[in-house]
Design a binder for this molecule. Structure first.
Ligand SMILES: CC(=O)N[C@@H]1[C@@H](OP(=O)(O)OP(=O)(O)OC[C@H]2O[C@@H](n3ccc(=O)[nH]c3=O)[C@H](O)[C@@H]2O)O[C@H](CO)[C@@H](O)[C@@H]1O
Length: 409
């Protein structure tokens, strides 16, 4: 084996969760893996790095002057560029569709480094999710290895001209992370109560038997009225079902938090007391809540994937999804943020056991928990064969002579 140095460039909660299994597997094969934390999600990041035993080697001091994506991108580009001045990794690893991942891939390209894209090929084919859809398309144009979680993702990449030899269908590393974490929850001596924020602990003690709906909402396109509608729908659902409670880890974004809190504060006590709005949860607590819930109502990508690994039905609070596999397998319904649609589907899941059962998948369409091991093996094998590792050798086809316009008709 020829040991390589990999640089994982990442900065948000879901990237840390999804990169951790790859970090672990590459290290287990004897490679060196450096971690560059971009600082995009500061509040929750350090606890996650600690949980996954993946300490950052470099932290960018990200000065955010505003909420603007342009400022964020500019700061990330110069921060990652600066960090690379002192490092010479063989391969740059990026994950998913964040602004950190796009900036990392672009800087990799500027520095002539081969880029490996983990979770490649997800597409809605629409403008939304904004800006993630465009981020992942662009990362696709900059990457040497495309680690597609599903067959559909592989087809999406083939349709964009990525050569088959560069695409590897491996599953999603989030399933690895979720199954690993579930195992830790059952380690003798593990104290879940210590991982829960005290108000949530108290809430679960008050409602030990009640069916629980786990809610999250944070997508940019849902800010404002759509998230308020999700909160209204939840309130109506709980008003219809007295024996049901909800846990909602509210995204730290002040706009999201204020909206949700204001709506819940105005509800009658009989409903309000059955909704636990909590701060963002640590990963073990989050996995425990997923295992405990009846179903989840979410606009999060990672939660859809994790829920499928645990056989939990998902109501997807979005207009479009890049995770059609779950809808097609019957594990999720795309309900959007329409109040009536959410109430109708939520009520059906709470009152029709056969429907609930039909949505409890036995197998996740997103993988079997071995995605990271496959990724590490593929990268190691490439390092054996190629000297030096090629950066990008799949140029788009260029038309050398003007074709007749009929070709485009
Ligand atoms: C458009 C889209 O779908 N894009 C996705 C987006 O990520 P997302 O939508 O999945 O983002 P979030 O919902 O923030 O994170 C989810 C993770 O956080 C855990 N969690 C959540 C709440 C909490 O209180 N405590 C926690 O621990 C949770 O279990 C889960 O693992 O970016 C990723 C990175 O590139 C992409 O991979 C991915 O396609």
């Amino acid at each position: 084996m020829r040991p390589q140095t990999y640089l994982a460039c990442l900065g948000t909660r879901p990237e840390i969760i999804k990169m951790a299994p790859v970090y672990r597997e590459l290290k287990a094969l004897g490679h060196s893996v450096l971690v560059l934390h971009t600082g995009q999600h500061e509040a929750v990041a350090q606890a996650l790095y600690q949980f996954f035993d993946m300490p950052p080697d470099i932290n960018i001091d990200l000065q955010r002057q505003s909420g603007s994506l342009a400022h964020l991108s500019a700061a990330l580009l110069s921060g990652i560029d600066g960090a690379l001045a002192t490092l010479r990794p063989d391969v740059l690893l990026v994950q998913g569709d964040t602004t950190s991942a796009l900036a990392g891939a672009l800087i990799g390209y500027y520095h002539n480094l081969p880029v490996a894209h983990i979770e490649a090929g997800l597409r809605t084919g629409e403008r939304e999710p904004f800006p993630e859809e465009k981020n992942r398309e662009l990362i696709g144009r900059l990457s040497r290895w495309h680690f597609a979680p599903t067959r559909q993702c592989k087809y999406n990449l083939l349709g964009e001209g990525v050569p088959l030899a560069h695409i590897f269908e491996v599953g999603n590393t989030v399933i690895d992370a979720a199954l690993w974490t579930r195992e830790r929850l059952s380690t003798p001596g593990f104290d879940l109560a210590a991982e829960l924020p005290p108000p949530l602990r108290q809430f679960l003690d008050t409602y030990p038997q009640q069916r629980m709906v786990l809610v999250t909402a944070h997508r940019r396109e849902n800010w404002g009225q759509p998230i308020r509608d999700v909160a209204q729908a939840l309130a109506r659902l709980l008003a219809l079902q007295e024996n049901v409670v909800a846990v909602w880890p509210v995204h730290p974004n002040p706009a999201v938090r204020q909206d949700v809190e204001a709506i819940v504060a105005r509800l009658p006590l009989s409903v309000r007391q059955r909704i636990c709005l909590t701060e963002p949860l640590g990963y073990q607590a989050m996995i425990a809540m997923l295992l405990r819930c009846h179903f989840t109502l979410t606009d999060s990508g990672g939660i859809q994937e994790e829920a499928s690994a645990f056989g939990k039905p998902v109501l997807v609070a979005r207009k479009s999804t890049e995770r059609q596999e779950l809808v097609q397998a019957g594990g999720a319904v795309l309900v959007g943020t329409d109040v009536n649609a959410i109430v109708e589907h939520g009520h059906a899941l709470l009152t029709q056991p056969a429907l609930l059962q039909s949505m409890q998948l036995r197998q996740s369409p997103f993988g079997d928990g071995r995605a990271a091991a496959r990724i590490a093996a593929i990268l190691s094998e490439a390092a054996e064969l190629e000297e030096p590792l090629p950066v990008l050798d799949w140029p788009l086809p260029v038309l050398r002579s003007a074709p007749s316009l009929a070709v485009f008709a």
